[in-house]
Design a binder for this molecule. Structure first.
Ligand SMILES: NC(=O)c1ccc[n+]([C@@H]2O[C@H](COP(=O)([O-])OP(=O)(O)OC[C@H]3O[C@@H](n4cnc5c(N)ncnc54)[C@H](O)[C@@H]3O)[C@@H](O)[C@H]2O)c1
Length: 451
């Protein structure tokens, strides 16, 4: 930003805001037609006030919108979309309290239902996609089709066909000059960045063994009864599953995809590669109620990379067990606690380990600062490839644990196993249905198809 202040308020009209005002007021008209082409492009990339739309107004969406509104320069939240009005209402209330001057979402820019995203995307320059990951491919495609800059949360899909759609739309975004951030915020944490750089530069020699964990107690369930109370009627099966989305593969991808992706992604980042072969095991031991849908409560996967090194990956959602969320690597000359940002290199016996001592900004804020900086300054910014391929690595792990088979990356990546529903309507049938006792089909290793 060189020719006007970043202060959103009380700013004199600059050349840039004049361009923006005139270009949006006279679309296709004579003033726009008279501008030289480079000035039109400049006006598009450097709007003084960036209009923001939030799609998926839950916990993370509300947080991400807050962070987008906290970036330098003027940003206004102008549209919101959610499957359910009550979710949108509580998010809007929360954001209005935090940003009374930057939230302007009247009733006619509040959209609800499963096609609400299309209308909200139309209203904005930048869109935040924070719905459950099963919806990400179609919403990302639509945002790219409409030519918007995008922040989308991880995971970016729940199956291989979804990953291929996201990668293709990511290439289209590059061709259109759109900026796309993916919510793997460790890539924006100064301590992670420095630790990974040192490891890539040989601090512990060749990395030969990796392990990572997301072991914890699990997350919420959202019951049919409480949704019925909120809606004032019985929800349809589709409404129930979209609301209780964590427990269905077509909406969530299982917790190995939804959470453990963060740790798997860090290992891929350090290796600069994706695994070529994998096998694993998993099941549901404790979290077995009807409200727990069909996903597992634990997974273990051994991923092998092309150089023969292996990543041992564990994730568990069972209360009362060892909790740990971390990544570790061992090399030919030492080892590192990556999440602890500590490296024991060749000379650690003499000098002790290296550890990160800088100040790292909250990476959730930093990732939005970086994306908005790129948008305002027209700097290439596209995190789709690693976002999609790390999501794919977690999906690949799930394919192994559900099937009990050893499979290759190429088989997994090219799989046509598509979990999406045939139709996105509240009265349509979701891809899985409960039996008479309310129980959903659960994968059985040895019987469930991998691909
Ligand atoms: N990067 C991180 O550390 C991090 C942390 C938390 C969540 N996330 C990700 O953010 C996403 C959302 O998670 P959350 O915790 O906010 O969940 P949430 O359930 O709190 O919010 C999801 C919202 O999306 C709405 N929704 C569902 N289907 C929709 C559709 N088709 N169209 C519009 N709205 C729809 C829901 O009603 C809900 O309000 C997930 O992908 C999750 O993995 C990332």
């Amino acid at each position: 930003m060189s020719d006007s202040s970043n202060d959103p308020k009380g700013k004199p009209v600059s050349r840039r805001s004049f361009l923006h005002t005139t270009s949006s007021a006279v679309v296709g008209g004579s003033i726009l037609g008279a501008l030289p082409i480079e000035r039109i492009a400049f006006a598009d990339h450097h709007k003084d006030t960036l209009k923001l739309a939030l799609i998926g107004c839950g916990g993370r969406g509300t947080g991400a919108a807050n962070q987008a509104l906290n970036t330098e320069g003027s940003v206004k939240l102008v549209a919101m979309a959610d499957a359910f009005q009550h979710r949108l209402d509580s998010s809007l209330k929360n954001l209005k309290q935090q940003h009374p001057d930057s939230v302007d979402v009247p009733a006619d820019r509040q959209f609800t239902g499963l096609d609400a995203y299309k209308k909200a995307i139309q209203e904005a320059d930048v869109v935040i996609l924070t719905t459950p990951p099963g919806f990400r491919p179609m919403q990302f495609e639509e945002a790219v089709r409409q030519g918007k800059n995008i922040f989308m949360e991880k995971p970016v899909a729940v199956d291989a066909p979804g990953i291929r759609r996201v990668l293709a739309a990511g290439e289209e975004a590059k061709r259109k000059g759109l900026k796309v951030g993916v919510g793997l915020q460790r890539h924006h944490h100064k301590g992670y960045i420095e630790t990974v750089d040192r490891l890539k530069n040989g601090a512990i020699g060749d990395i030969v063994s990796m392990r990572c964990y997301w072991n914890g107690g699990g997350v919420w369930t959202r019951s049919r009864e409480s949704l019925a109370r909120t809606l004032g009627r019985e929800p349809t099966e589709m409404e129930y599953q979209v609301n209780n989305w964590y427990y269905f593969v077509w909406t969530c991808g299982d917790h190995i995809v939804e959470q453990h992706i963060h740790n798997i992604d860090v290992i891929n980042w350090i290796k600069g590669a994706y695994p070529v072969s994998a096998q694993g095991m998993g099941g549901r031991e404790v979290r077995t109620g009807n409200e727990h849908g069909q996903i597992f409560d634990h997974h273990f996967v051994e991923f092998e990379y092309a150089d023969g090194s292996r990543m041992y990956s564990q994730c568990r959602h069972i209360r009362g067990c060892w909790s740990n969320v971390s990544e570790h690597v061992t090399g030919t000359k030492g080892h590192a606690d990556v999440s602890g940002k500590k490296i024991w290199g060749e000379h650690a016996w003499q000098f002790g380990p290296w550890s990160f001592s800088g100040n790292a900004k909250n990476p959730y804020q930093q990732e939005h600062d970086d994306l908005f900086h790129a948008i305002r300054n027209d700097i290439p910014f596209n995190e789709v490839e690693y976002g999609a391929k790390s999501t794919m690595t977690a999906i690949y792990g799930r394919m192994c644990t559900y099937s009990g088979k050893k499979i290759t990356w190429d088989e997994a990546f090219n799989s046509d196993l598509d979990h999406s529903p045939e139709s996105y309507q509240w009265d349509a049938q979701p891809p899985v249905l409960p039996n008479d006792e309310g129980r959903y089909p659960v994968p059985v290793p040895g019987e469930t198809a991998a691909l």
